[in-house]
Design a protein around this ligand. Sequence first.
Ligand code: ADP
Ligand code: XUL
Length: 520
Amino acid sequence: MPYYLGLDSSTQSLSAMAIDPESGRVVLDESVNFGRDLPHYASPHGFLENANPNIKHSNPLMWVEALDLLLGRVKASGFDLSQVAAISGAGQQHGSVYLGTPLSEAGEFPVSVALRDSVAPLLSRATAPIWMDSSTTAICSEIAGAVGGDAVVTRVTGSRTIERFTGPQIRKFYREEPANYAKTREIHLVSSFMASLLVGTSAPIDTGDGAGMNLLDLATATFSRDLLEATAPGLVDKLPGPVPSTQKLGQLARYFVEKYGFQPGTSVYAFTGDNPSSLIGMGASAPGCAVVSLGTSDTVFAAMREPKTDPQGYGHVFGNPAGGFMSLICFANGSLARERVAKDVGYDWEAFTRAILEETKPGNAGNLMLPFFVPEMTPKLLAPAVKRFGSQAFVEGKDAAALARGVVEAQALSMQYHSRWIGETPTLLLVTGGASRNRGILQVLADVFQAEIRTLKTGNSSALGAALRAAQAGGGYAFADLYARFAAPNPDLKVTPAPGTERAYDDLRARFVAELGALG
Ligand code: ADP
Ligand code: XUL
């Protein structure tokens, strides 16, 4: 029976997941962690150190090398890649890769040469700005100013100009390195870049991920001429796409067929953003429930009933790969902030969970934290802001258990506060991402949102979503049938609000909002 393969090129890892739709089994779940497996890129969390905390770039060759490493591992594990009928994928959103030679002109990748070495000479920029970058505030104002203000940008693209979005990042490159910008003939998102490698030619950007560029006109699903012009000269000729997320890109390049044993003619479908892909992987592509993704970033997203934008300017509208649109709010201080607190107090995840579930109570005895260890996009903070209010031990950073609860409660309160614009009070939250296996974190989400929490068996809903999209587009399966088989909530992990917690956050919520306001 044919298998369908999904790839997920995320911030910290590259994953492959394959499904067998007939048996309902996930037949492959493998991944490469950039920090651990590719230490020579000096990117322990998937991005390069920079003295300026607002600048966050990655080496795109790390992603290329990871693809060879991952497929090599899959093959070595004995998995038969010739059973894969179709492939799709997902990438961390907003990041951009700059090529002096378009992949359509690069020629076939020789099988005897590592992919990384074939791709290296094509780059016109050694690094790729990623979604964590917040260095483009002045550039955002320039773009917005040129088209009539952020209200216009929001109306056209679904988001105001946003530091990490691709358009402002492209303009920054053009302004700072005009000669290298001029040499750049093709600019990809991480998703379309990875897809291009697979098909061995220039793959177009899809409308799901393309909506995170401050360039896509959502009403027409085309790049906006005004925004292209306001961003950088000649940009219209450098961007492949946009195409619908269901578009067939072509056949897998010979390099992969010969090196890893895929069937010649294996179909490849458009890649999309990791969050749009997760919407599918969570079985949430129809309106009605919200997804919380606890990955490197924390995100809250949902399929939209009708297009709507965030008057506060934090929320986004992206393309829903199943059709229509999705809302999304993103928080930079996600897993890495939780990790930071755990490390500071000497907890492993087990101790962190115990501290939440057994050693502290909802509302944290009035202890409140602002958990912005790195510059934040929601709320917009260009510098870190970590503050603690409450007992003396907590304020001094000495109450380990309260600190563990404090960071998670603050994150949950922030998610709730910043999702008000969507105008729905979810009674069910589907939770995914690396931290979704942590019961303590799930309990805090249940108590703050007063919602039931469900998770899937797989933590990687983005890779699963890519595999489901490959099966839908390449195998003719209906999403509803795929969801029933692969995206059913894990019956062993259902978390409900603890009794008596309805009012537990009233005070903390009001103080949190006031402290956010005080940050300015
Ligand atoms: P991404 O897709 O953005 O690369 P993942 O969804 O794979 O990220 O999540 C990775 C994060 O998951 C790690 O940074 C780690 O902090 C977090 N994580 C893993 N296991 C746990 C756990 N048991 N409790 C809390 N967080 C965890
Ligand atoms: C979404 C965002 C992040 C990245 C990385 O807008 O910036 O969630 O997609 O996962």
